[in-house]
Ligand binder design. Structure first.
Ligand code: ADP
Ligand code: MG
Length: 398
C-alpha cells in the first residue's frame, strides 16, 4: 500500500478523503473523535507546505440537504487544527469549487461540501471521479471508516491521481492486520450488538484463528433460539437460524468454544425504570425481552478473557444506551481494559460505549471504522486498500 512516505507533497495541492461522518447536535459537532483522528495526516502534509483540499461524506442525505452540510465540521476542524479552514459550500464537482481550489496557496486548508450531495458518489461515477481528480495533484485516502465503500471519493478518484494512504489508514491497517496475521495467544473475540447478519463474515474468518468467542447482545438470541431455547420477545433474526446452527457446528468441528449467555436481564420494555428480571437465557418468559447479559454470564465472559493476550471486541452486550441495560457492556469493557494484552475495539456503538466510560486509552487500538474494520477482518483487505496498491506479503507478515 502506497503511504505518505512515498509522497513528496511539497507545495502540492493534495486532495484528502477524510472520514468526517461525525454526529451533529443543534448544528454543532457532538463528538470530534473522527476529526481528531485525521489531524496527524493533515499536520504532516501542512508541514510539507501542501495546500489541503479535504472531502468527506456526512450521514445519508438524499440529494442536497442543509441538515447534512459539513459547515459545522469546518468550524470544529479549524479549532482543533489551530488554523483557518475555508469551507467551500458549492457542490464538490462544480466549477465554483474548482475555482476556489485553484486559488488555494501552500498552507491553506479547504473543506468541501458533503460528497453524498453528488448523485454519482455512491455509484462511483467515473465522470465524478474525474471532476474530483481535477481538485488535486495527489490523492490521500485517510477515511478508513469508508475504505470498504466503492464510492467515487474513495476508490474512483484514487484511480485518477497518484494516490497514497494517510497515517490513520496506515495505523488502522497495521492494528487490525495484527489480529489477522500475527496475534499473540490466547486470543479471544467478543461479539455483541444487534444483528448476526452483520458479523457472520467475521465469525467465519476469525473462528479458525482464535481460542474462543463470547457472544452477547441481541445477536446471541438468534443462536439460543436456533439451539431450541425460549427467547420470549427478544430480538431474533428469524431468517438466520440455520446459519446460526451452521456456525455453532463449525465451532464444534474446530473445537473452539462459542460462549453464549447463560442468563440475561429481561424487561417488557426498553425504559430506565422498567421492571427487570434475571432469567435463564434459554427461558425468557413470553412478552419479556433479554436486554443485557446477566451477572453469571458477565462473570463467565470475564473469566474466559482472563489471561488472554489478544482480544477483539465488537458490539455491545446489551441495550447500553438505556441503563440499567448497560451493566453487561460496562463489565466486559472493564474486563478487557484491565488485561495486559493486545486489545482492539471496533464498531460505532461499542466504541461509543468505551468512550463514554473514558476507557479509550486503556485499549491498544480503538478503530474509527465499524463496517470497515469488520470487512477488513473478514477479507484481509478492502477496496480502499487495493486501490492504493494492496498489501504486500511483508506488510502482513509477523
Ligand atoms: P456496533 O456499532 O458496535 O458494531 P451494532 O450496531 O451491531 O454494534 O449494535 C449496537 C446496537 O445493538 C445498540 O443500539 C444496542 O442497543 C443493540 N443491542 C444490543 N443488545 C441488544 C439486545 N439484547 N436487545 C436489543 N438490542 C440490543
Ligand atoms: Mg452500530
Amino acid at each position: 500500500m502506497r503511504t505518505l512516505a512515498d509522497l513528496n507533497a511539497r507545495e502540492k495541492r493534495v486532495l484528502v478523503r477524510v472520514d468526517y461522518n461525525v454526529p451533529l447536535k443543534d448544528g454543532r459537532v457532538a463528538d470530534a473523535t473522527r476529526i481528531r483522528a485525521s489531524l496527524p495526516t493533515l499536520e504532516r502534509l501542512l508541514g510539507e507546505d501542501a495546500a489541503l483540499v479535504l472531502m468527506s461524506h456526512l450521514g445519508r442525505p438524499k440529494g442536497v440537504d442543509p441538515a447534512f452540510s459539513l459547515a459545522p465540521v469546518a468550524e470544529a476542524l479549524a479549532e482543533l487544527l489551530g488554523r483557518e479552514v475555508r469551507f467551500v459550500p458549492s457542490l464538490p464537482s462544480s466549477e465554483e469549487t474548482a475555482e476556489a481550489v485553484r486559488a488555494a496557496r501552500p498552507g491553506d486548508v479547504l473543506l468541501l461540501e458533503n460528497v453524498r450531495f453528488e448523485p454519482g458518489e455512491k455509484k462511483n461515477d467515473p465522470e465524478l471521479a474525474r471532476a474530483y481528480a481535477r481538485l488535486g495533484e495527489a490523492f490521500v485516502l485517510d477515511a478508513f471508516g469508508s475504505a470498504h465503500r466503492e464510492h467515487a471519493s474513495v476508490v474512483g478518484v484514487a484511480r485518477e491521481l497518484p494516490s497514497y494512504a494517510g497515517l490513520l489508514m496506515e495505523k488502522e491497517v497495521k492494528a487490525l492486520g495484527r489480529l489477522l496475521h500475527h496475534p499473540a495467544y490466547p486470543y479471544w473475540v467478543v461479539l455483541g450488538g444487534a444483528k448476526v447478519s452483520d458479523k457472520i463474515g467475521v465469525i467465519e474468518s476469525l473462528l479458525p484463528k482464535v481460542d474462543g468467542m463470547a457472544i452477547g447482545g441481541a445477536m446471541a438470541f438468534t443462536f439460543i433460539k436456533a439451539a431450541g431455547g425460549e427467547v420470549g420477545a427478544s430480538l431474533v433474526e428469524g431468517d438466520k437460524l440455520e446459519l446460526a446452527l451452521r456456525l455453532m457446528d463449525r465451532a464444534r468441528e474446530l473445537d473452539k468454544p462459542l460462549l453464549l449467555p447463560s442468563d440475561v436481564v429481561a424487561a417488557r420494555e426498553i425504559r430506565e425504570d422498567a421492571e427487570t428480571r434475571v432469567v435463564p437465557a434459554d427461558a425468557v418468559p413470553e412478552g419479556w425481552m433479554g436486554l443485557d447479559i446477566g451477572p453469571r454470564t458477565r462473570e463467565a465472559f470475564a473469566s474466559a478473557l482472563a489471561g488472554a493476550c489478544t482480544v477483539f471486541w465488537n458490539g455491545p452486550m446489551g441495550v447500553f444506551e438505556t441503563p440499567p441495560f448497560d451493566a453487561g457492556t460496562l463489565t466486559v469493557a472493564e474486563a478487557i481494559a484491565a488485561l495486559d494484552a493486545y486489545t482492539v475495539v471496533g464498531g460505532g456503538d461499542s466504541v461509543a460505549a468505551v468512550n463514554r466510560l473514558g476507557y479509550a486509552d486503556r485499549f491498544s487500538h480503538v478503530s474509527t471504522g465499524g463496517g470497515a474494520s469488520l470487512e477488513f477482518l473478514e477479507r484481509g483487505t478492502l477496496p480502499g486498500i487495493e486501490v492504493l496498491g494492496g498489501l504486500s506479503p511483508e506488510e502482513v507478515a509477523p
